[in-house]
Design a protein around this ligand. Structure first.
Ligand code: C5J
Length: 220
C-alpha cells in the first residue's frame, strides 16, 4: 500500500488490485461533427484533457498496471438502444444517424473510435457499453473479478455523465474509486466542479479525487 495525496483524505493505493478505467475518450465526444457537438456542445472544452489522459495512461503502463477503456456505442441494428435514449434531447444528429464521421455512436464507425493519442494497445481490455455506466449490460464486473481488481482510478468524459455514473456503479459494487481531476472534463466546467465536490463530500461518499502529479509520483 502507498498513500496518494487525495481528497477527502489520502487514497491507499494497492498496486496488486488497481486498474485505470478511461471512459469514452471517443471522437464522437471530442471532435467536431460527432455526437457531443450535435447536442450543441463546444467539444474543445473536453478535447483539452487529451495530454493529461495520455500521461495518466502512460503512468499505468510504465508501472505495469492494467488499463481498461470504455466506448459508449450501440449495435448497428440499434437493438440495444431504447427509444427513451434515442429520442432524448434535440440533437442535430441522433444516435444511429449518418454524420461526417459515420453513423453516430455505432460500434465500428470512425466517429465511435477512441482518439489515437489515448487509444488502447494490445492486451488492454476495451468495453463497449450501451449505457452511461460501464457495468450495465457489459462484462466489466466479471472481468474485474477475474483480475482481482478492487480499486479503480477514473479518467475520461464527461465527468458528470458517463464517468460519474460508472464511478457510482463501481462504488455501490464495493470498489474503491479515485478520479483524477485533470484527466476528466465536461462540456460544462461548473458540472465538473460540482461532480468532484459531490464525490468527495460526506467523507468520500462516492470516492476520492486527486491531482495527476500526486498519483504519478507514487506510481513511478
Ligand atoms: C454522454 C458520456 N455525455 N460519455 N456520454 O452522453 O459522458
Amino acid at each position: 500500500m502507498a498513500d496518494i495525496k487525495a481528497l477527502p483524505f489520502p487514497f491507499p493505493l494497492d498496486r496488486n488490485a488497481v486498474a485505470l478505467i478511461v471512459i469514452d475518450m471517443q471522437r464522437d465526444f471530442t471532435e467536431p461533427g460527432g455526437f457531443g457537438e450535435s447536442l450543441g456542445n463546444d467539444v474543445s472544452l473536453v478535447a483539452g484533457i487529451v495530454p493529461d489522459v495520455k500521461r495518466l495512461i502512460e503512468g499505468f503502463r510504465d508501472a505495469g498496471l492494467p488499463v481498461i477503456h470504455t466506448m459508449e456505442c450501440h449495435s448497428p441494428d440499434l437493438s440495444d438502444l431504447p427509444p427513451a435514449k434515442q429520442n432524448r434531447g434535440n440533437p442535430k444528429l441522433r444516435i444511429g444517424d449518418m454524420g461526417p464521421m459515420g453513423r453516430i455512436l455505432i460500434s465500428g464507425e470512425p466517429g465511435t473510435s477512441i482518439l489515437p493519442d489515448v487509444a488502447p494497445v494490445d492486451g488492454e481490455l476495451v468495453i463497449e457499453k450501451p449505457g452511461k455506466g460501464a457495468f450495465y449490460a457489459t462484462p466489466l464486473g466479471d472481468e474485474l473479478k477475474a483480475k482481482g481488481i478492487r480499486q479503480l482510478v477514473f479518467a475520461g468524459v464527461t465527468t458528470e455523465v458517463c464517468v460519474q455514473t460508472t464511478m457510482r456503479e463501481a462504488n455501490d459494487r464495493g470498489y474503491e474509486c479515485l478520479i483524477i481531476e485533470e484527466a476528466t472534463a465536461s462540456y460544462f466546467p461548473h458540472f465538473k466542479a460540482a461532480t468532484l465536490d459531490m464525490i468527495r463530500a460526506q467523507g468520500g461518499i462516492v470516492g476520492w479525487t486527486a491531482k495527476l502529479d500526486d498519483l504519478l509520483e507514487v506510481l513511478s
